[in-house]
Design a protein around this ligand. Structure first.
Ligand SMILES: [Zn+2]
Length: 54
């Protein structure tokens, strides 16, 4: 899976993938990373709040 969070790939998303991050509450930031909450919901968070995977 190559660079799926970059460039044109995100332009088909609602608001071009932008919104308000539920964690740091910045507005108009790109929410690109799925994050699993304690209640087992998957939400999108910004790059600053993404789960550490690599
Ligand atoms: Zn954030």
């Amino acid at each position: 899976m190559a660079k799926r969070n970059r460039g044109k790939t995100i332009s088909h998303l609602p608001e071009n993938g932008r919104g308000t991050c539920p964690i740091c509450e910045r507005t108009r930031i790109k929410l690109l990373y799925p994050y699993k909450t304690e209640t087992n919901q998957t939400i999108k968070v910004c790059k600053n709040c993404r789960p550490k995977e690599k």
